[in-house]
Design a protein around this ligand. Structure first.
Ligand SMILES: C[S@@+](CC[C@H](N)C(=O)[O-])C[C@H]1O[C@@H](n2cnc3c(N)ncnc32)[C@H](O)[C@@H]1O
Ligand code: SF4
Ligand code: SF4
Length: 464
């Protein structure tokens, strides 16, 4: 399996070692992986207008289709509109791998709209990575919901650990129906951010920390931030230069707070790189950006042009899986005997899930490039308890599951009932339980070598 020791080449002498599961999760996220950013696309859904915090560098009232900076959008979307648009974009941009919510306000200050969007995305686009960007104030309250809906990348903006510094950055916040200002607001925010980040990393969610570099306020403090987030298990640090123009109408812009020079940003990133891998390729995107990083195709997808009846998704998903398999295995998966297989695993290391109980399958491409993870697909669950593992009537949900997996050649799981076993075989998909409780990579490699040997023998004997 492809492995790396830092977030795919991001700068950082003191890179924490990254395990295979983390590396595979990051590889297809254009922000979390430097090698992924030329090859995979992202889409931000602007469903979250409100915020529970006021940063002195942010003004979301400013809306301009030509301007590219965080917090700016052309159109706000309702959850259903956002998901319809995501389906349209998924059909038009096959490199799409991630759909995220990054504002224009804070996703967790709009909890109803945010989770409705995430749940609809999970149901209708079961293979796309879900991502979220938040100030962290409400994080501790929603960790389990994020895990349940399958969000596995979260960005938290953490500008300071010291309340004396933080109170210069934030004007006020709302929490539990109360307004906080000054030191007490700063203290509360930092406590909630710390708790949220620790809980996310404990759950195995990849956490990226954004820190806005504000000269004269937190520039000397970001090394301490980098060191602390490493302790908390964050994956990547993204130091973003402050954007502070008077015409944006922010407190900092109007007060003449200077933006950092490029060499100051570079020097601070380099210093922080001794603690944490640094993101160097952030484009400080709009909250409705679409496409590869550095490009924004949002203008090509106005809400007025979103089809009322979106195209059927599964054929689009199957085609995209072939493309992504070819990208992650550097074209090797296009060879004749390359194939896609699905694995039921909870921890991404061992085949440990029952076919009928797993909430997701991990897809692997087997080719000359070896065993390479291609992504995940969330299941429409058809069996909800061990007593139900042999459904008398393998009906709708089993049909949906077979449609989800129609492009794979084998399914590896720890256990499977007789009825689904037969249904898989009838659909031309090989059920495999021989690798139960064993490491995924070794099992897949062995299966693939045996398969190649059999295919080679048949070819030699002239069997079609
Ligand atoms: C618009 S926010 C939306 C998500 C969430 N509310 C947050 O603050 O993390 C996305 C990112 O843009 C950053 N940002 C907003 N205004 C900025 C500015 N004027 N200069 C630099 N970064 C900015 C935020 O700090 C955050 O990391
Ligand atoms: S938390 Fe995010 S959306 Fe809210 S004011 Fe700060 S930057 Fe803007
Ligand atoms: S703002 Fe930076 S981290 Fe966020 S999507 Fe754009 S490139 Fe990625």
């Amino acid at each position: 399996m492809t492995s790396c020791s830092s977030p795919a080449g991001c700068s950082g002498q003191g890179s924490t070692r990254v395990n295979d599961t983390q590396a595979s999760k990051a590889a297809q996220h254009p922000c979390y992986s430097i090698s992924g950013h030329h090859r995979f696309a992202r889409m931000h859904l602007a469903v979250a207008p409100a915020c529970n915090l006021q940063c002195n560098y942010c003004n979301r009232k400013y809306d301009c289709s030509n301007e590219s900076r965080p917090g700016v959008v052309s159109e706000l979307l309702l959850p259903e509109q956002a998901v319809a648009k995501a389906r349209q974009v998924a059909a038009a941009i096959p490199q799409l791998s991630v759909v995220g919510i990054a504002g224009p306000g804070d996703p967790l200050a709009n909890i109803g709209r945010t989770f409705q969007t995430l749940e609809l995305l999970r149901q209708q686009l079961p293979d796309l990575k879900l991502c979220l960007s938040t100030n962290g104030l409400m994080l501790p309250s929603v960790i389990d919901r994020l895990v349940d809906v399958g969000v596995d990348h979260v960005t938290v903006t953490l500008n300071a650990l010291d309340p004396a510094i933080a109170e210069q950055i934030y004007a006020w916040l709302w929490f539990d129906g109360e307004r906080y200002t000054g030191r007490s607001a700063a203290q509360l925010l930092i406590e909630r951010q710390a708790e949220g980040i620790r809980k996310l990393t404990e759950k195995g969610i990849l956490v990226k920390i954004n820190s806005v570099l504000i000269p004269g306020i937190n520039d000397q403090h970001l090394l301490a931030v980098s060191q602390q987030i490493k302790q908390w298990g964050a994956f990547l640090h993204n130091i973003m230069p402050l954007i502070s123009r008077p015409e944006h109408g922010t407190v900092f812009g109007l007060n003449g707070q200077p933006e950092p020079e490029a060499d100051q940003t570079a020097a601070i990133r380099q210093a922080c790189g001794s603690s944490m891998p640094q993101m160097m390729h952030c484009q400080q995107c709009r909250a409705d950006a679409i496409g590869m990083l550095g490009e924004d195709r949002n203008a090509a997808f106005p809400l007025s042009a979103v089809p009322v009846t979106p195209p059927a998704y599964l054929p689009i998903m199957h085609q995209r899986a072939q493309l992504h398999a070819s990208i992650v295995s550097q074209g090797e998966s296009e060879e004749a005997d390359a194939c896609l297989v699905a694995v039921a695993s909870g921890d991404g290391q061992v085949i440990d899930r029952h076919f009928g109980h797993t909430d997701r399958f991990t897809l692997y491409s087997l080719s000359a490039a070896g065993v390479v993870q291609v992504g995940q697909r969330f299941t429409p669950r058809y069996c909800h308890s061990p007593q139900e593992c042999e459904p008398q009537d393998a009906g709708q949900d089993m049909d949906a599951l077979l449609a989800l997996l129609a492009d794979v050649q084998a399914v590896f799981c720890a256990r499977i009932g007789l009825t689904p076993w037969k249904r898989l075989e009838a659909a031309g998909i090989e059920p495999q339980i021989n690798g139960a409780w064993q490491p995924i990579e070794a099992v897949l490699l062995q299966w693939w070598q045996q398969r190649k040997a059999v295919t080679g023998e048949m070819t030699a004997r002239g069997v079609a």
